[in-house]
Design a binder for this molecule. Sequence first.
Ligand code: HEC
Ligand code: HEC
Ligand code: HEC
Ligand code: HEC
Ligand code: HEC
Ligand code: HEC
Ligand code: HEC
Ligand code: HEC
Ligand code: HEC
Length: 427
Amino acid sequence: MNEGNIFSRLDIKRILFIFIIVGISVCRTSLTQAATIQNNCVNCHQGLQENLALYAQQWADSVHAVFSVCCEDCHGGDPNSPYRPEIGKNDYIGVPVKRKIPYFCDRCHANPRYMKKYNIRVDMENQYKDSIHGQRLLKEGNMDVADCVNCHGSHDIKITDDLKSRVNHFFIAGTCAKCHADNKLMRPYGVPTDQLVQYKKSYHGQILYQKIKKKNPRFVPSCPGCHGIHGGKPSGVARVADACYNCHLMTKRYFQESVHGFVLNENQPPRCIDCHGYHNIPLADEEMFVGQDDFHCGACHSLDSKEYQTGQTIRTLLIQARAAAKKSQGKISRVKKDLDIDISGFDQKMSDVFDYLSEAKSAIHSQDIQTVQEIVKKINKYTRSLNQQVDGRYREMRQRKKWLVQMLLYISFLFFFIAYQRSKLNK
Ligand code: HEC
Ligand code: HEC
Ligand code: HEC
Ligand code: HEC
Ligand code: HEC
Ligand code: HEC
Ligand code: HEC
Ligand code: HEC
Ligand code: HEC
């Protein structure tokens, strides 16, 4: 083999590699130099003392820097001038006061023509004006409520999906709670401060913070899921208490056909939140039908009323359906464990059963015995036939196993018999 040849080939590769790396870094330094030379705001501010340079450094890592929205685009002033700008000259506005911040940001963000090429929402101006925060700030000059910067930051703004963004799905509750869990700030308004604590305990919150596994945390609401992003409520519903409708569609359908739903139209309880609560929504179960605690049927209907009794009948139906599903699943597990065979067909059928069960749980919101009964009947029929199939399969496989053992015994008997006869013949 010619080793020299191999080495020279390697050398060419290495030289090429070094050449490319050097090329890239030369380009990069000249590019950054071009950027710093062009913009004196950035240039001078990045060279200031540590804490004064902070804004310029934060900005360099922000979404605005990525899209070349520079100091002068927000603050005004001439970026080509080497001197510190003066208020009023070259449209330099300095630091905006709190009351002006929404207009400061909305110049670009609520301008559909400017924002067209970026494909992000431009409805924050009207929505924010509608929210409690917007009304208090813009009409009354209240300095405690949230403006754009309180929720988004000023120089360290990231795109929403970035895990460092303050308004990211996983962190926004903490951003709201900076004010909403602050007793001193909230006392004058008489607004409670327990929302985040409650939310963390709720079924939604436990999924978001991944205390409950195997559920997608992106689908549960954080604060804006029920309160809206910039406005006072989420889009598509008339009020915050109806936010549930946006996600729990099947429940909504049954509920709106019910007497409870009908009453709702006249703005009386019960709404979803009168039975489930809102910040601390626990997992729903059939205990809710029993007794007079808050949120239970007996809280509004006396224990001997027709309504309460209807509830008990519906509860019994639901318990039956759950028991039927549990029984079938038990049978399937037994087949899996005892016989160790492929039963994916049964697993598929079981998942159908759980879909029916889910529908039955939604259907209880009709408060109509017949509606629930119909679905429970379906579950009973379906599980009965499934049980028969599973039992049949179980018996069949057991029978086959028995046969197999008998055959083996027979064959080994035959083998020993022949061996015995042969040894006799040999002798
Ligand atoms: C020659 C250096 C220099 C240049 C160029 C410069 N600044 Fe500054 N800027 C400063 C210093 C120093 C401060 C005072 C820092 C402090 O006390 O917080 C300051 C303060 C500010 C402030 C705070 C409000 C104020 O006016 O005190 C803003 C906003 C600001 N600069 C924006 C800009 C913008 C936008 C540009 C470009 C159009 C720019 N600066 C150009 C040095 C400079
Ligand atoms: C997206 C708009 C935006 C951009 C871009 C931007 N700023 Fe600001 N800046 C703000 C806002 C809003 C405030 C007021 C923050 C507040 O009220 O908390 C502010 C405040 C400041 C302050 C004063 C901070 C204080 O509280 O004294 C300085 C200094 C400053 N900016 C410098 C800069 C420099 C330098 C750049 C460019 C590197 C820059 N800003 C880019 C929006 C911006
Ligand atoms: C009470 C907190 C809050 C306030 C005040 C607020 N925002 Fe937001 N903003 C959010 C949240 C939360 C999201 C992210 C929603 C999501 O997950 O898509 C968001 C998203 C955005 C987005 C990204 C839009 C998109 O389509 O991805 C922009 C731009 C924005 N806000 C600008 C503003 C401006 C401008 C203001 C002031 C007029 C403002 N926001 C006031 C909480 C706030
Ligand atoms: C000079 C115009 C301009 C101003 C003023 C401005 N922005 Fe932006 N902003 C942009 C552009 C351009 C983008 C990049 C769009 C994108 O993310 O695709 C952006 C992006 C954003 C995003 C990220 C959106 C996303 O993709 O998730 C947020 C949040 C945001 N800006 C908030 C603010 C806030 C808060 C202010 C006021 C302090 C402000 N902006 C002021 C032009 C501006
Ligand atoms: C900068 C502090 C601050 C931040 C951040 C903030 N808020 Fe507020 N919010 C307030 C204050 C102060 C009030 C009280 C206004 C009043 O009642 O007059 C308020 C009022 C409210 C109200 C109305 C309460 C009522 O009386 O019915 C809701 C709902 C609300 N905020 C939700 C949110 C949500 C959701 C977020 C996060 C997306 C958030 N807030 C972020 C300060 C803040
Ligand atoms: C599942 C929906 C939902 C979620 C999630 C949610 N809220 Fe609420 N919130 C409500 C409803 C419903 C009300 C009552 C409004 C009414 O009756 O008009 C409310 C009321 C409030 C109020 C008024 C005072 C009070 O406690 O009654 C504040 C402030 C508030 N929420 C903040 C938050 C914050 C902060 C978060 C996130 C930690 C949050 N909410 C999450 C649905 C929700
Ligand atoms: C952004 C969508 C969304 C909103 C808004 C929402 N939820 Fe949910 N909710 C979910 C998701 C997702 C789950 C988890 C479902 C699962 O277990 O797979 C859930 C779970 C629940 C559960 C527990 C389900 C169970 O099996 O026991 C209840 C009860 C509930 N939500 C009630 C409400 C009420 C009441 C509201 C309105 C105040 C509401 N939700 C608003 C998405 C939402
Ligand atoms: C009259 C009281 C009451 C009202 C009003 C009510 N629910 Fe329920 N909800 C219940 C009870 C009781 C259960 C428990 C059923 C069980 O045993 O699983 C339940 C179960 C649920 C579940 C879990 C089962 C499922 O469907 O996946 C969700 C989600 C739910 N409700 C959401 C809502 C929503 C959304 C509304 C408003 C449209 C609402 N509920 C209105 C009493 C109520
Ligand atoms: C927050 C109060 C409240 C709670 C909790 C509540 N209900 Fe009701 N319910 C009402 C109201 C109001 C009506 C309207 C009819 C009326 O005038 O009694 C009603 C009507 C009914 C009806 C219809 C009776 C008819 O005329 O056909 C039934 C059935 C019923 N409820 C069952 C239940 C069950 C089951 C639960 C528990 C899961 C429950 N309710 C929980 C307030 C409540």
